[in-house]
Design a protein around this ligand. Structure first.
Ligand code: ADP
Ligand code: MG
Length: 391
């Protein structure tokens, strides 16, 4: 079942929590709602489910207006962060619950319930645990049961609100993979809320980035990571060095040093965002787009080597290179190196609103209230709809 969120706004008292949200989820898609705490993710999920009523806008399910439909007619299954399993019921009975409380007319026979629950327990790899009680399960196992229980009634939409949020890293990894496999098998349209960017990028077909009640960007994991539409997205997704400077077309001047950036339509004071992997480290000076730096820390445990550099203008910069490149370079702590940016991947420039005056440079969080604002070039642009950042 497809989901369309159309112009949804919601206030709690006078505070705007959702501001004109528009999202489309295709049938069978797995979409992650990603954003920091308080950005409105849970509220939006509850509006989709019918647990919360929007002040404005509508929810379409399979093209039909479901805005005033009650929860139980929407065909949604839920999983929340805090396992809401029934403590006094066995695992089997927890999963069977939704089937047993169906109206007599649509209630499956005892045999059908039995086989359905067994199938689901197998699906979440807990078929051996049917007779246990929730207190005898680990946190990860309980969330698997919560997932099986949500799926038992054959929901047309699965809504998950930080379902793995309370679990430790290893268990989260396993559950992520299970959810992905389950989704591939069943093809249930799924909306997954998380504040963990890695989880969203790894799991989702598409990621919707939310910040302070607005959608900053929606796109495939690759799109949002490689072509962030706003400074917020750039900061939120992955590690990034934030450098203040002056932007002039395809060059940024940072601490008196020229750096290569993707061609930018606007010029003026602004911010250059550089992913650690977009820095090219050399042991010789061979271009004027390099800066001198000293290696202050090396972490070579892992598939990539993380290098902390002190740039010649006094700022600490994080770089990442492959193990192979690291060996080629032959550098270590205290080595002197020359560094340039690779504008083809992971370098984004953003001219500050009113970029001529450095005092108005935005905080790294970026978004200005009101959305659109005027670029230094005199061209009006919106934080959401046009490319503030070129790539
Ligand atoms: P998220 O899930 O992204 O952390 P929420 O949707 O839970 O965000 O909350 C968004 C904002 O709305 C927060 O500032 C929160 O305090 C506020 N909020 C959520 N629910 C209520 C409520 N029932 N009454 C008042 N404020 C609420
Ligand atoms: Mg929440």
């Amino acid at each position: 079942m497809s989901i369309a969120v159309r112009g949804v706004s919601k206030r709690f008292k006078s505070v705007s929590v959702l501001d004109d949200i528009n999202i489309d989820v295709a049938a069978g898609e797995l979409v992650a709602l990603l954003g920091p705490s308080g950005s409105g993710k849970t509220t939006l999920l509850r509006v989709i489910a019918g647990l919360e009523i929007a002040d404005q806008g509508s929810i379409l399910l399979d093209g039909e207006d479901a805005t005033s439909r009650p929860v139980k007619e929407r065909g949604v299954g839920f999983v929340f962060q805090h396992y809401a399993l029934f403590r006094h019921m066995s695992v089997f009975e927890n999963v069977a619950f939704g089937l047993r409380v169906k109206p007599r007319k649509s209630r499956p026979s005892e045999e059908d319930i039995e086989s359905k629950v067994r199938d689901l327990l197998e699906l979440v790899q807990l078929d051996a645990y049917a007779d246990r009680y929730p207190s005898q399960l680990s946190g990860g196992q309980r969330q698997r049961i919560a997932l099986a229980r949500a799926l038992a009634v054959g929901p047309r939409v699965l809504l998950l609100d930080e379902p793995f949020g309370a679990l430790d890293a290893k268990v989260r990894q396993d559950l992520r993979r299970s959810l992905r496999d389950l989704h591939d098998d069943l093809g249930v349209t799924t909306v997954f809320v998380t504040h963990d960017q890695e989880e969203a990028l790894e799991l989702a077909d598409r990621v919707v980035l939310m910040n302070r009640g607005v959608v900053e960007q929606a796109g495939s994991p690759q799109e949002v990571y490689e072509r962030p539409a706003t400074p917020f997205v750039c900061n939120f997704l992955g590690d990034v060095n934030v450098l203040q400077g002056r932007i002039e077309q395809d060059t940024a001047f940072v601490g008196g040093i020229a750096l290569a950036i993707p061609a930018n339509a606007a010029s003026g004071d602004g911010v250059v965002y550089v992913r650690p992997h977009a820095l090219d480290i050399r042991t010789t000076r061979d271009s004027r787009y390099q800066f001198a730096a000293r290696v202050v820390h090396v972490n070579s445990a892992g598939s990539i080597v993380k290098i902390e550099l002190l740039a010649e203008w006094g700022k600490t910069i994080r770089a990442e290179v492959t193990q192979e490149r690291f060996r080629q370079l032959g550098i270590q702590r205290h080595s002197d190196v020359f560094v340039s940016t690779d504008p083809s991947a992971g370098v984004f420039a953003h001219v500050s609103p009113g970029g001529a005056s450095p005092s108005s440079a935005p905080a790294a969080e970026g978004r200005q209230p009101g959305g659109g604002h005027l670029g230094a070039s005199g061209v009006a642009y919106s934080t959401v709809k046009t490319n503030l950042l070129t790539s």
